[in-house]
Design a protein around this ligand. Structure first.
Ligand code: NI
Length: 213
């Protein structure tokens, strides 16, 4: 994975996600890349180029940001096929990227060492102060209320229910964000998650205190 290709990935992602208002903008991508490289260094990973490229491209095929998951992967593959990289690398990249999304706990894709690292990096950016900001941005875009005390917290849900079921942004903390620290794969990510997780717990306590004023 040479520097030219990685720069091309950056350019493509910037062009595709520049104006995304749902927390999947270029800055999210750049943080995930930086976190993935940090975890990779601590975990002594060797395929740094593959990890960096997968981190940069991980949200390109996301079904939330495309008409469908298939359309997203078609866009990714069409672009990769124009970059002059070999077929095997295209397949490996796609394999790493497929394992990244949470999908309400419904992602059954095979996890390679590289995908564990990119998935951990993406999940770290979904928690903590940044995670809170991104969650409210996404909830707003989806038309979710900040909080709805009438709705139950869903313990398990299908992908369909997860994407379009009745929920509030505060519910999303219980349905995804607070679960993430126990779903991480690497020690490096687990360590980075501690402070972020605690911050969300504190945030929720203060939120309820102010809600019930
Ligand atoms: Ni992401």
């Amino acid at each position: 994975m040479n520097k030219t290709f990685l720069l091309a990935c950056e350019g493509f992602v910037k062009e595709q996600l520049q104006n995304d208002p749902t927390g999947h903008d270029w800055h999210h991508i750049n943080r995930v890349r930086n976190l993935a490289l940090r975890i990779a260094a601590e975990e002594k990973a060797e395929s740094l180029g593959l990890i960096e490229a997968a981190a940069l491209l991980h949200d390109i095929p996301d079904e939330k940001l495309n008409d469908s998951e298939e359309a997203g992967y078609r866009k990714l593959r069409d672009w990769l096929n124009q970059q002059g990289i070999d077929k095997e690398t295209v397949l490996r990249l796609e394999e790493v990227i497929r394992a990244v999304p949470f999908k309400g706990g419904n992602n059954t894709a095979q996890l390679s060492f590289e995908s564990k690292i990119v998935q951990d990096a993406d999940r770290l950016d979904a928690i903590g102060a940044i995670g809170i900001a991104r969650t409210f941005a996404y909830g707003g875009k989806k038309g979710h209320p900040l909080y709805n005390t009438d709705l139950p917290v869903r313990e398990s849900m299908t992908l369909q229910e997860y994407r379009s079921g009745n929920s509030s942004t505060i519910h999303h903390f219980y349905e995804k964000l607070l679960k993430l620290k126990d779903l991480l794969h690497t020690d490096a990510a687990r360590r980075l998650a501690e402070e972020r997780h605690q911050f969300m717990e504190n945030f929720l306590q203060v939120f309820y205190k102010e809600w019930n004023v």
